[in-house]
Design a protein around this ligand. Structure first.
Ligand code: ZN
Length: 130
């Protein structure tokens, strides 16, 4: 849970280190954690997981907006009304959630595949590290 919380709060899943995004470009993550040294692109195609996290979260939020609109207005709600409410959410949320999806995916991936010896600096290794 600690790693997931760190991921949700834009921190490194291993050490909780911050400043993981380049100052001039909020959507560009640094290659390695400045604190523990974890290389974030741990295997080729790693970032696709962040895209999947973002897509699932965005789709779920759009679905929630549609369901709440239908619950409040009834099933006779015009399609244009649903689009006016759900489309901005579907466009803006993925952009705003992009950074979180990257750090959250890193945390999820760390839980599925703990870091190997040598991937992080020695002071951040624990007994769970392979
Ligand atoms: Zn770190």
């Amino acid at each position: 849970m600690k790693a997931l919380w760190r991921g949700l709060t834009l921190a490194c899943g291993v050490c909780g280190g911050r400043n993981l995004f380049r100052k001039c470009h909020i959507f560009a993550m640094v290659d390695d954690c400045p604190r523990c040294g974890l290389h974030f692109e741990r295997m080729e195609g790693h970032s696709l997981g962040a895209v999947a996290v973002n897509t699932v979260a965005s789709s779920a939020l759009v679905l929630v907006v549609v369901i709440f609109t239908l619950l409040i207005n009834g099933t006779n709600t015009a399609t244009s009304t649903l689009l006016m409410l759900a489309a901005p959410v579907g466009v803006l949320f993925p952009i705003l959630f992009d950074s979180v999806s990257r750090t959250l995916w890193n945390a999820i991936e760390l839980l599925m595949r703990p870091p190997h010896v040598g991937e992080i600096r020695e002071e951040f290794r624990r007994s769970k590290v392979r």
